[in-house]
Design a protein around this ligand. Structure first.
Ligand code: UDP
Length: 245
């Protein structure tokens, strides 16, 4: 089954369109690296601290650093206030983010240390783990952590039989026909392999290649945004230019 070209979504997007994407680095000056990434109303920030000595000592790895990710939805990020603090969902997503990022980070350079990646969702309208991964990848790069690539992440999925990209919360809750499927993926930008595939719902095996092709195409757009944002952050600001005159 091919992506329906005439299929219009509730917010007017075409099946293959992500929501408007925005990104910024250096949003948390006290962190070693930080970034914000948004898909429409879903806004994630990430802050990187380290590498720094890992305590307690028995958790240290003498051959490499530990990459420790912590994801959480802030209470005010969702319509119904979320109970503050970690829960099973946050623990699972933290681990998934760690796995998605690990292949590109050279941990062997910093034995016995920890690199902490804190990811907080300021506003949630689905796609929070994918926005979080995009932000975390930029924050790691800004912190100067040696990386072989940037990781890009997007959700693809289905509403009934229609393949769609970057589901909103309304689309994730779709119940008609076959209902909704949410398939979050992440991939190092310059690799053909994926570092994360997580599915909520069902998709037939013959649709998977088309879904991953759609995801890869949006990952290319995300990569361009990440690169441009990181490069622009190195240029002098208007204020700095003025001070030089
Ligand atoms: N959500 C919520 N309360 C929660 C958890 C999730 O309102 O405690 C909403 C939020 O909008 C989130 C969406 O449900 O983005 C989908 O959550 P899911 O677990 O599928 O992860 P995501 O798509 O955000 O990565």
């Amino acid at each position: 089954m091919a992506v329906k070209k005439d299929f219009k979504r509730a917010d007017g997007r075409k099946a293959e369109d992500a929501r408007p994407m925005t990104a910024k680095v250096g949003v948390i000056p006290n962190a070693d690296g930080s970034a914000m990434f948004a898909f429409g109303d879903t806004v994630a920030i990430a802050a990187v601290y380290g590498p720094r000595k890992l305590h307690p000592q028995h958790m240290q790895n003498p051959t490499k650093a530990v990459l420790r990710c912590n994801y959480d939805l802030l209470s005010f990020s969702v319509g119904d206030r979320k109970r503050p603090g970690p829960n099973r969902r946050a623990q699972e997503i933290s681990k998934a983010i760690e796995w998605a990022l690990s292949p590109v980070v050279d941990l062997s350079l910093f034995p016995n240390t920890v690199i902490d990646v804190q990811i907080y969702i300021l506003q949630a309208d689905a796609g929070t783990r994918t926005a979080g991964i995009n932000a975390a990848s930029m924050a790691l790069a800004q912190a100067g952590i040696p990386m072989t690539d940037l990781v890009c992440s997007i959700a693809v999925g289905k509403n009934d039989t229609n393949l769609i990209v970057d589901l909103s919360k309304g689309e994730e809750d779709f119940e008609e026909g076959e209902g909704a499927t949410d398939f979050a993926v992440a991939k190092p930008a310059n690799s053909s392999s994926f570092s994360l595939m997580q599915m909520d719902g069902k998709i037939s095996p013959e649709l998977v290649p088309e879904a991953t092709k759609l995801a890869s195409k949006v990952c290319e757009e995300i990569y361009e945004i990440q690169k441009k944002t990181l490069k622009d952050s190195l240029l002098p600001s208007e204020q700095e230019k003025g001070a030089k005159k």
